[in-house]
Each structure stands twice: as C-alpha cells, then as structure tokens.
Write a protein that binds this ligand. Sequence first.
Ligand code: ATP
Ligand code: SF4
Ligand code: MG
Length: 347
Amino acid sequence: MSNTNPLLDVSGLTKHFPIKGGFPIKRTVGAVQAVDGLDFQVAEGESLGLVGESGCGKSTTGRLITRLLEPTGGKISYRGQDITHANRRQLAPIRSEIQMIFQDPYASLNPRQTVGKIIAGPMEINDINPPGGREARVRELLEIVGLNPEHFNRFPHEFSGGQRQRIGVARALALQPKLIVADEPVSALDVSIQAQVVNLLQKVQRELGIAFVFIAHDLAIVRHFSQRVAVMYLGKIVEIADREDLYDNPRHPYTRALLSAVPEATVEAEPRERIRLVGDVPSPINPPSGCRFRTRCWKATEKCATEAPPLVQADGNKPGHLTACHYPEVQETVPAPRLAKDPEAAA
Ligand SMILES: Nc1ncnc2c1ncn2[C@@H]1O[C@H](COP(=O)(O)OP(=O)(O)OP(=O)(O)O)[C@@H](O)[C@H]1O
Ligand code: SF4
Ligand SMILES: [Mg+2]
C-alpha cells in the first residue's frame, strides 16, 4: 500500500483503563494497559487483519478507531483529519464514514425493532434521505447482503444467526462507509456459515471499495480476507506485514507459534512444526518488562527482559514487514523433512 495518503493513520495509540481502589476515598491505584502504543495505517479499500489471543486489546483498538472510546494517548488521523479527541459535533461529519460490525449478532440488534427500522437507523440518526426514500434503500441493502428485500418488516428473532449478521452488515453499509471495523464478525456463528458471511464481507470490500479492519482470534480467517495482517500481543503489535510475507516468512516467535496452529492450506505445503505456547498471557495490569512476550518465549535472554524491542524492518524483511523482536526467526533454507508415512497405513 502507499503510505502517502492513508485513509486511517494511527500512531502511538494508547488506552489505559484506570483501576480504582481504596476506602473510603477511591483513588486510581493502577491501570489496565489494554492498548499500548500502536502504529499502523489502513489504505483506502484495503483490509487489515488484527489478530491475537483473548485480551490482547483487539476490541479496544476497534473501539478507539471508531471513537467509541477516548484514547489515553497517541494520535488517530482519518483522511488527514486529527480525530483523536474530536467531540461529538466534530465527529458528526465522519460518523457515517466509519462503521462497526460486532461479534454478537444477537446482542447488537434491537429485538423490538423491525429489520427495516434497524437498517434505516443510521439514516435516521444522521438525517439522511437517499433518493427514492429510506425504505427503497433498505430493500436495496437487504438485497446486497443476500436477504429477501420483502422481509424488512420482520423482527430479528425470525432470522438465523448468519442472517442476523447479514442484517448487521446491511446496517453498517447504510451510509456508504469508507471504513468498517469488523470485530470478530463470524466467531459467534456456526462454522458452517462462517464462510458465507466472510464471503459477503469480501464482496462488500471488493465491489464497494470499503476498507476493513478485520479483528479475529485466528490467523486462518484473516488469511482469506486481509491483504495485510497485524499480530497483537498484550496491547502491542509484535508483527505487521503483507499477508504473503507474514504467512510465508513469520519473523516474530509469537507469530510463528500462532501460525503453527493453523492447518496447512495446501496438501503440498511442508508440514509445520507445531509450537505449543506454555503458560498464560500475563496480566495487562502488570505486563513483563522489556519484551512482553518474554515469559512465554523459548528464546528470551537478559536483553529481552530489559529492552523493549522496537517494531522495525528486520534484516531480510521486505519494506512494510515490521517485527518487534531482538532475535527474529530465520526461515529454514533446508526444507523440513517430510513426515514419515505410517507404515501400517501404506500396507
Ligand atoms: N472498559 C474496560 N475497563 C477495564 N478494562 C478493560 C475494559 N475493556 C477492556 N478491558 C481490558 O483490556 C484488555 C483488552 O481487552 P479487549 O477487549 O480489547 O481484548 P480483545 O483482544 O478484544 O479480547 P477478546 O479476544 O477476548 O475479545 C483486557 O485485559 C480487558 O479485560
Ligand atoms: S524479543 Fe526476546 S523474548 Fe521477545 S520475542 Fe524476541 S526473542 Fe522472544
Ligand atoms: Mg474482543
């Protein structure tokens, strides 16, 4: 992507949630360092995947970008405009351009409203009257997301989980956004229908040219959806790269561990050595010094405990492939030996 004019430009983005304690007067006694200094850009029409284990700060990042949360520090620019601390009035003109799709299609739709009313909601709030009227636009949107346009008078409970998520997508599209933050949009759905919803989002991204920040736990889903992927660990981006570079040449030990758990896409691919991460993710209230991954990293040294590794282009990496590790992984030049065939199976 070109760095000259990103749609979204995030630098040093930080969110610390204060922890109150003490009696009788509550004071701030600490902070959850949910997001701690993120730098990334999203180009127009591009899809950036954001992956990492539970609690690493993905949703907080999504809520900061959409300004549902107030950042503690850093800067968010949208189309060149600083929106880091923009108030409601200042955000009004761009509210329609940045939309969010949530994980839970049950909780995010008002059960007492018809689908038509839900999808038209953003048009009402923003006082937008499309040519032909709101109802016509709702029907058009239902059609785009693969639902029957005649069903606009039905209620959410009359739809399946996958269909409800399509309603959420239609609502997000109502105002012709330029950026959609999709927070685990398929993880609450049956595996059998996840692919359908991902395909729909892919169609939306390609045909309508909408940029996405696609949040997911697992690298398998973003592989098909995102041209670029950022891997998060305990509030920080540990690696960011174009999809091919990240999957073919992971340099951060954590990325490698995550990838080793993803089933191979093709039969011909060399089997990856499975890396099992031991221990739990440390608390973001008191993260490890230096590299935050060091308590689970098999290569950690003294330096890792004292110096936080910067997110930089490691030796041999392509431009735009950044890794935060003092000792980046090196790709094996000798192919790994193929697993010996089970002699009994062959017999
Ligand atoms: N409003 C809040 N107040 C205090 N702590 C919070 C708040 N929201 C999130 N956190 C904490 O911030 C950290 C990051 O949370 P976040 O929801 O962003 O993670 P996540 O990567 O989206 O996780 P998951 O994969 O489980 O959705 C967690 O430790 C969480 O408990
Ligand atoms: S900096 Fe050290 S602890 Fe962190 S990932 Fe690299 S080798 Fe592991
Ligand atoms: Mg989340």
